[in-house]
Design a protein around this ligand. Sequence first.
Ligand code: 0X9
Ligand code: ZN
Length: 819
Amino acid sequence: MALRAGVATGVVGLALVGVTVPAATAEDRVVRADQAVTRACHASLLPPGTAGVDRREVTSDVDGLVQARLAPGDGREGDWDVAVFDEADGAVVAASAALRSRELAESFVTKGQRLVVQACRYAGPARTATLGVDFLALTPRGTPTTVERAEVVRVETPRQEDKDALLGLDLDLTEKGDATGVEVVLAGDADRATLRDSGLKHTTVDPDLSRTSRDAAARDRAYAARGRASGLPSGRTSYRHLYEYEYELKELARGNPRLVRAFTLPEPTVEGRDVVAVEIAKDVDNAADGKPVNLLMGVHHAREWPAGEHAIEWAHELVNGYHRDRSIRSQVVKTRNIVVPIVNADGFSVSREAEPNGDFARFNYEMKRKNCRADDSPPQLRTGVCKANPGGRDRGTDPNRNYAGFWGGAGAGLTWSSETFRGPEPFSEPETRNIRSLVSSRAVTNLITLHTYGNLVLRPPGVAAVRAPLEEPVVKALADRMASRNGYDSIPSWGLYDTTGSTEDWSYWATGGFGFTFEINPAGFHPPYEDAVVAEYVGAAPAAGAGKGGNRAAFLDMLANAADPAAHSTLVGTAPHGYQLKVHKTFRTPTSPVRQADGSTTPPIQVTDTVESRYSSTGGRFTWAVNPSTRPYVAGRHGRDPQGPPQAAITLANPPGVPAENTSFPGNPVAERIPFTVQGPPAADNGRFDVSVSWTSTRTDWDLFVLDAAGQVVAQSANGGTNSERATLLDPPVGEYTAVLVNYDQVDPADPDDWTGGVVEFAPPVPPTYGVAEAYTLTCADRDGRLVGLTDVFVDRGETVDVGDVCTDSARATKQRRR
Ligand code: 0X9
Ligand code: ZN
């Protein structure tokens, strides 16, 4: 039987799609199968009458999108999947394979294209499901006309003012860079003009990003066409689609029932997709067994496809390793591992299903970053589905600016169209609420959130003004160890520029679970699979982790850290069999003062969190891994007590003459060099030095570099349009340094505008601060759920606290007995 599909053309303003009227009868909409068959619905179009499937033939009467949705039929859940095929060649057009029967398969079709919608009963008791098929027309205006050249430039941001100025431009910043500059995507001429007008110095890194992206896509086709397995745990050779992630996770669970549990995160996305995850642990269903939880996540950002690949490969790694590798097995049995490959399922589907042409125009969706929230778009741009809407890829909130940690501060966009739009309030998005719920309800002692790109291991905080946490040395040591495997730079998140509202700036500061961001690969949001996924994962050339173990080894280090009681906190005691123990804590944390569009700020929002962990007693003594009871936010800040006074200022004498103009230092070494010495305790103890110089005309340009004794640049300041430079080094090691002054440009070479006032100024180290200690509330409930024990517990990182016989010997238990 064929469904009719009609199109209503309710096109508003610039709207790209008309919403269709579902034309099928109620009868047409029920798909039925008497038998469940565990198969990939998207793998092939099966003949009519095949067990476990039902099908509908439809013809698209639009150039636009097809949407096939499933919902549970007659109230029973079960697991049905759906796939749409081209009838002529049998190729899969769209599919969806989440864990329940709530599916959305959506992709592009042409007018007159004959399609078969195949519904598959994968598992469970539901004999029926409800199918809806819609066609959405793209209006002519939906086709982008002008394709502009997208490029990557490096913008020099040596000083905090430059970083702030760059953030103020609201351009598409990457995470590739260093302390003095960052790579930025210019989507087209408007962005080019914005940057030019800012006066920030920049150089081209990739003049034609679209071409690079198209070349990458071509390499991907060739790599997959070889038909040989890669060195990845799964053997995979190409970027997965969303439905492949979904299907693979549930197959992993089906094939390893006691080891792997696939689950759906609490909230569907704004487009109605289920978000799928797996938990991997020995006796996986007993979640309250007291083991520490290690969480790996990918794809907060839609276009960052390698992030999802690395995450799902890690799931395969753990499963393969559990069966075949003694050392991995020994770590898996001590931990619980949760993997959420695609946090932003809507955005990923938009990016992954788009035409891979690599340009960053508003109506090209491959490079979409954010989620699909439309509520904050102007009313006329709220129509249409995310894959084809009048706001284009500008629609949405940046999930990595929407967490409560320091939300509302620097480095986040205030308007709907910003690439870093923070959303209307902390946790306004289903994606961030999903992760919040996971992290708040389990003892997530270790977390990595995967992004691309920049070859970085980032640790909190994301904003410099917050200062490092009191336990910075242990956090840094873990980050450094992982960075020694993947060859990335290990730096604080704020190193390139400030951000607020990112994942671990909530999770770490609120729960004490270690949290890091990896920025995978040196160049590109989803570069060739062979490089950005295979090589980066296994540690092979051309990855920076070649020969060092790659991300695989970095993830194994994180797993080992999760398994190590010295890295989290432990409660021990005794409890009768079947009794339920719980630690919980409710607290309020202020966001940043909330920046407003007019430049003012409003007071911080107080965000209430409840974190908890449960232990289900098996009788007798227990060992229960938890996070420290004091959250890092209140524990204090890292610092150092001065071991002596700061060193006295040093004047830098300007040598006679002016060096020749030089625009290519250090390639061209011509410059003036003035040595100076940094002293150490007890004579001096320096927390930082600042080297500064000035001159007369803002149209003259001197650049300043500071080299250490080995000739490495350790600080620099190289601005245009100013008449001064200031280079800063924090915690400068004792030793010999050289200030290098490069004559970049003279307003009048005949009458040189020489630099003057050269000085090195020293400041003392900032001492640590110590905050307050916080306790958990520990409760015990008996088999009937009655509260029989209640006590406060203070526990530090690395500490084991014996809570004794908490179910029979706590204050509450005593009170109960007296009654
Ligand atoms: O901006 C982000 O959310 C992350 N970079 S990405 O290019 N993948 O979008 C990094 C966030 C943390 N970094 C900084 N504080 N700079
Ligand atoms: Zn990202």
